[in-house]
Design a protein around this ligand. Structure first.
Ligand code: ADP
Length: 468
């Protein structure tokens, strides 16, 4: 029997539950701004940690010299060296990237940091081009570490918790910079962590290096997070905080944002229940690359169970995370008339063959619904952040207007999901936001976007939609 109707009903219900009309997005925007206030008022005042970074000054392109950095994020690990020549120029750069072995994500902190230090050592030693390290020439290292850290100074901070599938229990509560320093000295690598920063902060720094109107940064990769430049007097939980610039970068840890206005489905609840960090990272679980594919898998699995749209047994669909987000993106980006790509992914990765076109269309629809919700929620998060700083074009509470014309605002956006997934960008920019990739970013291989130029709130959505 062909219970097509039931499959269609499930997709309709999903569509309804994931709906993000502008009215609802406005509520998310407001909730984000309110939670930001609460998180700045007191530690533990909100699900948003609003972490201090001790960064009060951002690079502006005048920097010169050779810098080493490493980046430990979610999926990949990168080591790099750049040589900056001032005036925003980059004389040379070298990047090495490799996946983090799965077993290191759940082992001990010593194993993880030994691994990192050994790769870094190999990287430094592989240089035969005049950058050879003299024995007593200690080098400073920038360390981008994209997990929640309670920063103690610019170069030290303790890990609050792991996210994105990492769980190395003995590292929680430890000073991450010290862990790396110890591992480096153990293998005779004469380097020291000079700056420990979140990846959002790194993105903001790079954005600012290229364009001084950059005031916030967002990452949408394996996980999602944002940071922005806040006035120190608005950081109420840290009275008397003084910086030269009168501002400090705040790492929001927005992946943990939660609001009852977020459109949550039974699939989200099940995903959360089965995750190692239940009731945490709620916003992230609706938006980022680690989860989108699995939400789709859950929907398809239920469709397979409750209807017989798939002729083959779909037992592969019961395997968590088998449908990875890039594959899901692949299916949605299939613009061939008979959706060959959708058929191929179903067959090769889920072992479901002979899927009729009608069903392939339904599968693509599910991918679309989940992606669209994610992109619109991320956009609402950005508007919320800009609302908090009075830069959302509404001339709101903390108006960012210098008399007359609104300030130019640039938000740097980075992360594999955002960069690699065209459909995601298209959804986020419903209102035809103008996006450009500054060419000078290409050499750094970090593909940063200058976005939200001359920002007006309605630009995030179709104009008529926002005003309706
Ligand atoms: P990380 O966040 O781990 O530091 P990235 O920012 O490179 O690393 O993000 C990698 C994640 O982005 C992947 O886990 C994947 O979920 C997602 N991603 C990468 N490429 C694509 C793509 N083409 N389509 C959809 N998602 C993608």
């Amino acid at each position: 029997r062909w219970r097509w109707g039931q499959a269609v009903t499930l997709v309709r219900e999903l569509e309804e539950a994931c709906d993000t009309p502008v009215g609802r997005l406005r509520q998310v925007v407001d909730a984000m701004a309110v939670e930001m206030h609460a998180g700045l008022a007191s530690d533990g005042g909100s699900k948003l940690k609003m972490l201090l970074t001790f960064i009060d000054n951002l690079p502006d392109g005048t920097e010169e010299g050779t810098y080493y950095a490493l980046d430990l994020g979610g999926t990949n690990f990168r080591v790099l060296r750049v040589q900056l020549g001032g005036k925003g120029s980059m004389m040379s750069h070298k990047v090495e990237s490799q996946p983090i072995p799965q077993e290191l994500m759940t082992g001990t902190s010593e194993e993880l940091f030994n691994f990192i230090a050994s790769i870094l050592k190999r990287f430094v030693q592989s240089e035969n081009d005049g950058f050879q390290q003299l024995p007593d020439d200690r080098k400073d290292l920038g360390f981008t570490f994209s997990f929640p850290v309670k920063q103690l100074s610019i170069s030290s901070g303790v890990l609050i918790k792991w996210t994105k599938g990492f769980s190395i229990e003995d590292a929680v509560g430890k000073d991450i910079a010290q862990c790396l320093n110890e591992a480096m000295s153990k293998i005779g690598l004469n380097m020291r962590v000079a700056a420990l920063v979140n990846d959002t902060v790194g993105t903001l720094a790079l954005g600012h290096y290229n364009d001084e109107d950059t005031v916030a940064a967002v990452i949408i990769g394996t996980g999602t997070n944002a940071c922005y430049l806040e006035r120190t007097d608005a950081i109420i939980k840290c009275q008397g905080l003084l910086t030269n610039s009168g501002a400090m970068v705040v790492n929001m840890e927005w992946g943990n944002f939660w609001s009852s206005h977020l459109p949550r489905t039974s699939y989200d609840i099940a995903l959360d229940d089965e995750s190692p960090n239940r009731n945490e990272q709620g916003f992230e679980k609706m938006i980022s690359g680690m989860y989108l594919g699995d939400i789709v898998r859950r929907v398809l699995y239920r469709m397979a169970e409750e209807s017989d749209i798939f002729l083959d047994p779909a037992k592969n669909l019961s395997v968590p995370f088998i449908l990875r987000t890039p594959l899901m993106a692949n299916m949605l980006e299939d613009d061939s008339p008979d959706l060959t790509q959708v058929g191929r992914v179903l067959e090769e990765h889920l072992k479901i063959s002979r899927v009729p076109l009608k069903v392939r269309r339904l599968v693509a629809r599910v991918c679309d619904i989940v992606t669209r919700r994610a992109a619109r929620l991320a956009a609402a998060g950005i508007v919320g952040m800009l609302k908090k700083t009075g830069r959302d074009g509404s001339g709101g509470v903390e108006s960012g207007r210098t008399r007359g014309k609104p300030r130019r605002t640039v938000v740097a956006v980075e992360g594999g999901l955002y960069i690699g997934y065209t459909m995601f960008k298209q959804h986020e920019v419903l209102g035809g936001l103008d996006i450009s990739i500054p060419n000078q970013m290409e050499p750094l291989n970090t593909k940063l976007y200058e976005k939200y130029k001359n920002l007006k709130k309605r630009k995030f959505f179709a104009e008529d939609e926002w005003n309706r």
